[in-house]
Design a binder for this molecule. Structure first.
Ligand SMILES: [Zn+2]
Length: 302
């Protein structure tokens, strides 16, 4: 199975080193505000792509059930510890380029700090589009290559790549920044309508974060977020995109988790529930289920 390469956080202490001890309280709180502004008030099923250790998951308040998806099994284990095992949360290890969900399943999806790692962003976005039902809402965060710092560095000749060009820039292995116009055109080509754009992290500047109280920076950022409707020059951008009502049929909501899945290899559904795996009756591949985590990355060897 050939898919673009995947950035794997397996065994990573990302949650602890980057968020809990990394001085990222400002970024975390501004994201909470943006999510509040963009999330639908309620819904049945929300797909969280790149859920990691579940930092944002408790913020999806109005939804009956959240499907946490990540490529890293260990990140999902950390999320389980944080959120607990309950019917409200379903943990899925899978490749974003081969999502294991039936079409039109979700009424919302989020992808935050995740597109950043996609070598083939349009392909990943197409998978998300397919998983969303009619009227489904997609909240996407991406790293903006056309940010003020990159522009200044480029104009001073201290940076090779041109922040005004549309193609993604891979500034470190499997770390990509995107041009807002490129992201917008990918979403529109897939049939999404972009309803809102917010800009975040206006004050992601080391010395400001050191001298100013975080609460003040968060408050100022919350005011500036709305300017995203007119221009985007911050390192982080949030978009709220919607699937047109008449494109995809909305599949009937069911509380039965098994009904959500299809075989990521051949697309067949439903899968058959066995003792410690799900089996595809079409291609006979077996997908592991262990300690409450569905694993669709690689089939179990026969
Ligand atoms: Zn199959």
């Amino acid at each position: 199975m050939t898919t673009p390469p995947v950035c794997n956080y397996e065994g990573s202490d990302y949650q602890s080193s980057f968020w809990d001890k990394g001085g990222r309280e400002y970024e975390d709180r501004t994201e909470a505000i943006a999510l509040k502004r963009l999330l639908p008030k309620s819904g049945h099923l929300l797909l969280e792509l790149g859920a990691g250790a579940g930092r944002n998951t408790p913020r999806y308040l109005g939804f009956d059930r959240i499907i946490l998806l990540d490529y890293s099994h260990t990140q999902l284990e950390q999320a389980q510890v944080r959120l607990g095992k309950s019917d409200r949360y379903v943990y899925v290890a899978a490749d974003v380029y081969r999502l294991p969900f039936v079409s039109g399943l979700f009424d919302a999806a989020t992808m935050i700090r995740t597109l950043h790692h996609m070598a083939d962003a349009p392909k990943a976005l197409g998978q998300v589009k397919n998983a969303l039902g009619a009227g489904g809402v997609f909240i996407l965060e991406f790293a903006n290559k056309r940010n003020l710092k990159a522009i200044v560095r480029y104009l001073l000749g201290r940076q090779q790549w041109n922040p005004f060009r549309w193609e993604p820039v891979e500034f470190a292995k499997l770390n990509f920044d995107f041009h807002p116009k490129a992201v917008r055109s990918w979403l529109q080509d897939l049939g999404f309508t972009i309803e809102k754009t917010l800009t975040l992290s206006h004050f992601r500047v080391g010395f400001l974060k050191r001298i100013m109280p975080t609460s003040i920076l968060v408050f100022l950022d919350s005011l500036f977020q709305w300017t995203g409707a007119w221009w985007q020059f911050t390192p982080s951008v949030f978009m709220r995109a919607k699937v047109a009502r008449d494109i995809t049929p909305y599949s009937h909501y069911s509380a039965n988790v098994l009904s959500y899945f299809k075989c990521p290899d051949c697309g067949h559904s439903p899968l058959i529930e066995k003792k410690d795996h799900l089996e595809c009756s079409h291609c006979r591949k077996k997908w592991g289920v262990k300690d409450g985590i569905f694993d669709f990355r690689e089939p179990i060897a026969n």
